[in-house]
Design a protein around this ligand. Structure first.
Ligand SMILES: Nc1ncnc2c1ncn2[C@@H]1O[C@H](COP(=O)(O)OP(=O)(O)OP(=O)(O)O)[C@@H](O)[C@H]1O
Ligand SMILES: [Mg+2]
Length: 338
């Protein structure tokens, strides 16, 4: 199967606005290569500031990468024009974290949802447009749908607004939805239902999802049968199917993440040993450390790690960017037996 999207050595280095650091760049994303296949779910996880949103915006076409090439169906996105560009734009939809900011506060739900439908001629005529919107609202679980049409964004809960954004995204029948922290501003009690909605949209409509989060537990939940990309300081450090990656984490950073957060998995919960990091401070993206950018925090780092950048390479359980992945101790093997 051909990938829908392919990032080949993609980087995004922003000019640094800090006057004290003139002529430097913020290396939000460095040398990222990854493919997304039709209908798959890929979760992207990493700490705040590691470049997740930047990656999402590149995929959705909101940033033009400063390095590397981004392909949509084997065509260089930066060279798309006319009909093909329009197709790419409608086929990749971005759902952002802040549902309040993403909706025009002065427009009703009917007006907000009608705009893209009219613009892209999904339906014509008032009645057909209204019927389409009702169908969309029902698909995203907002029932009775008619009740929502005259409402303004402030009259809805965070969870309901997030569903409206999903409805708007699916109205153009996209191939991919990039969901950037879609539940981080939603009440904890409603998060699961939004995650379930995305899984349903994936299964029923065959939409591929790129689910961006700092939360390993929700990543694991939504991408049960999908893949997980772990990011650190603008790079992907591990990439594999969720099952394999969580049962067999290779990168010390992922091992640290897994032992630091509670994961609802009896096997993993048994692990008692938190991986002790050398430092808690995340290094700067303006001056990232030489060699492996994780080496100042890594308990297993050697001098070689501070000199040589480890590239993402295939190992038994996926892909990992660590020189010593096969040799470092695996914390889960030392899980306690209580
Ligand atoms: N337009 C921009 N101009 C300059 N710097 C930017 C721009 N967008 C992002 N950055 C910087 O790039 C880095 C990565 O930002 P990004 O928003 O991609 O991280 P993130 O992983 O999404 O973080 P969070 O979890 O907090 O949302 C940050 O240091 C950020 O300040
Ligand atoms: Mg972000």
């Amino acid at each position: 199967m051909n990938p829908l999207l392919k990032l080949d050595d993609v980087s995004m280095h922003f000019p640094n606005k800090d006057k004290a650091a003139k002529n430097t760049t913020i290396k939000a994303l460095s040398n990222v290569s990854l493919s997304l296949y039709p209908g798959e779910i890929m979760a992207v996880v990493g700490e705040s500031g590691c470049g997740k949103t930047t990656l999402g915006k590149i995929i959705a076409g909101l940033h033009q990468p400063t390095g590397g090439t981004y392909y949509y169906k084997d065509e260089d996105v930066s060279k798309l024009a006319g009909k093909k560009k329009k197709q790419y734009r409608t086929n990749i939809q971005l759902v952002q974290q802040d549902s309040y900011a993403a909706l025009n506060p002065a427009k009703t739900i009917l007006q907000s949802l009608a705009a893209p439908i009219v613009r892209h001629k999904v339906a014509r005529g008032k009645r057909a447009i209204r019927a389409k919107i009702i169908e969309l609202l029902e698909t995203v679980g907002l029932r009775p749908a008619e009740q929502f049409l005259p409402k303004f964004p402030h009259q809805l809960s965070g969870g309901q607004r997030q569903r409206i954004l999903m409805a708007r995204a699916i109205s153009l029948d996209p191939e991919v939805i990039v969901a950037d922290e879609p539940v981080s501003m939603v009440d904890v009690s409603l998060r699961l239902s939004i995650l379930n909605l995305m899984t349903t949209l994936n299964k029923k409509l065959g939409i591929a999802f790129v689910y961006i989060t700092h939360d390993l537990a929700t990543a694991r939940f939504i991408a049960q049968n999908g893949r997980l990309a772990v990011m650190y300081l603008g790079r992907i450090v591990e990439l594999s199917s969720v099952g394999k990656i969580l049962e067999n984490p290779q990168h010390p950073y992922l091992q640290a993440l897994l032992t630091a957060v509670p994961i609802p998995d009896p096997k993993i919960a048994k692990a008692k040993n938190e991986l002790p990091l050398k430092g808690l401070e995340v290094p700067s993206l303006v001056n990232p450390p030489g060699g492996c950018s994780f080496h100042p925090r890594c308990p297993y780092a050697t001098e070689y790690c501070s000199e040589e950048l480890p590239l993402l390479r295939e190992v038994e359980h996926g892909e990992v960017a660590c020189h010593y992945a096969e040799r470092i101790p695996k914390w889960h093997l030392t899980a306690s037996s209580n």
